[in-house]
Write a protein that binds this ligand. Structure first.
Ligand SMILES: Nc1ncnc2c1ncn2[C@@H]1O[C@H](COP(=O)(O)OP(=O)(O)O)[C@@H](O)[C@H]1O
Ligand SMILES: [Mg+2]
Length: 215
């Protein structure tokens, strides 16, 4: 196993000349949990997209699970975003993302994400379409579908972008419970407005001025 699950060395990133990440470095060990807080627009989601292999920084080094190429990084990092981030496809396709995954693995993930009972009650089961941006399922179900996707992927690095911020209070705890099953033993970077959702196991940073400072 690599010494670090995540290594960012002096990365910078700009959107058309607007610098959002400025010479930022971060190291995360396997199994370590990092929380990131910070005001809206400070660059938290941009940082997660770089860690997910979706964006490439202008300069600096990104190593995730020992990989440096974005297409390889994408295999080892799973991103759970805010609400409304599902594809307009079936629950199954949203979980497998088109990969050939055994039925048993899918159902185990659904059980761990507390989705199995609900899916079994649907006439079309796993083949039920979630609608445009997941509008046929509730916010909590949409988040649990993303959690099941990350469980199936068995990614070493879990990236959470305000995963409960769009949920009503009754749903937050059930999604956090499902998340806890996903996070055990993995490197986690959890962006949140709700610091109280981070337990004592987290090392918390604040993002400001394009950098991370211990909060
Ligand atoms: N695709 C984009 N094109 C241009 N500017 C963007 C884009 N995405 C985000 N930004 C800008 O970059 C800054 C950081 O955005 P973001 O990473 O989403 O912040 P946060 O997640 O902390 O709210 C903001 O000023 C935002 O307006
Ligand atoms: Mg954001």
């Amino acid at each position: 196993m690599c010494q670090y699950a995540v290594e960012l060395d002096n990365i910078s990133f700009s959107y058309e000349g607007n610098m959002v990440i400025d010479n930022l470095s971060l190291r995360v060990r396997p199994g370590e949990h990092i929380g990131i807080v910070g005001s809206s627009g400070c660059g938290k989601s941009t940082l997660l997209k770089i860690l997910a292999g979706l964006y490439v920084p202008d300069c600096g080094k990104v190593v995730v699970a020992g990989e440096q190429f974005p297409e390889k990084i994408r295999e080892h990092a799973a991103l759970v975003m805010q609400n409304n981030s599902l594809f307009p496809l079936s629950i199954r396709d949203n979980i497998t993302c088109g990969h050939d995954i055994m039925e048993e693995t899918i159902w185990t993930a659904c059980q761990n994400a507390s989705l199995a009972k609900w899916i079994e009650s649907l006439p079309d089961g796993l083949n039920t379409n979630v609608g445009e941006r997941g509008n046929q399922v509730s916010g909590g179900q949409a988040q649990r579908i993303q959690i099941a996707r990350a469980l199936c992927k068995n990614a070493q690095v879990i990236l959470l972008d305000e995963p409960v911020s769009a949920l009503d209070q009754d749903t937050v705890q059930s999604v956090l419970n499902a998340l806890n099953k996903l996070l055990i033993g993995r490197a986690v970077i959890h962006v949140t407005h709700h610091r109280e959702t981070l337990d004592n196991g987290y090392t918390v940073y604040r993002m400001e001025g394009g950098k991370l400072v211990r909060a």
